[in-house]
Design a binder for this molecule. Structure first.
Ligand code: GRF
Length: 192
């Protein structure tokens, strides 16, 4: 794909629930000339999410929705469509999106997950990798389907599990790789 500039960039929303370090890395990436995306909205189900600070810092529109029922969901879908959002990046977003939501953005929702999928879907991935004495864990970027952490895998990065790793130390090293993998995957998808 040719270099996308200004208003031709892919309008992206990032969904978060917590710290937002992946959001920060995506924002930084989006500011590069070579980036095919522009981040137009930050969406959270949690008004206390630390990552919402990046909306103020980088002057990006933020929205908080409870995602609890179909009415709240319709509001989100409408708002995303009104803002011409073509790509949704889930980044530490702890809600499961409904089938209807996923259908409304078919093939346009990505997620980053802290394991080498299909191993360890769901929570506590680092605990599981350590408990099972895996040599490697890592992270995965995949398309979102209606089954949790089961959509088509796009890209993965392996990270060695060390002998004395705790879930915390392993999570820290994997997170560093997540910050590289998500932008690299977006480059990969849109340069095909
Ligand atoms: C990341 O490890 C992500 O893969 C997982 O939750 C964590 C979120 O971290 N789903 P952050 O909010 O991006 O800092």
């Amino acid at each position: 794909m040719a270099l996308l500039t200004g208003s031709n960039k892919i309008k992206t929303a990032v969904f978060i629930s917590g710290t937002g370090s992946n959001l920060k890395s995506l924002i930084k990436f989006s500011k590069l000339k070579k980036s095919p995306i522009i981040i137009k909205m930050i969406v959270s189900n949690n008004s206390e999410a630390k990552g919402l600070q990046y909306a103020n810092i980088y002057k990006i529109k933020k929205r908080v929705f409870d995602f609890k029922n179909s009415l709240s969901e319709k509001k989100i879908i409408d708002e995303l469509k009104q803002n011409n959002i073509n790509l949704i990046c889930l980044a530490g977003f702890m809600k499961i999106l409904s089938k209807n939501f996923i259908k409304s953005f078919k093939g346009q929702i990505l997620n980053i997950h802290p394991s080498l999928l299909p191993k360890y879907k769901g929570l506590n991935t680092h605990e599981k990798a350590i408990k099972n004495k895996d040599k490697y864990s890592g992270c995965t970027v995949h398309y979102v389907s209606s089954k949790l952490d089961s959509g088509k895998i796009i890209n993965q990065k392996k990270v060695r599990v060390n002998k004395f790793d705790t879930p915390k130390s392993l999570a820290k090293r994997i997170l560093i790789q997540e910050h590289k993998l998500y932008p690299a995957t977006i480059m990969k998808i849109f340069s095909l």
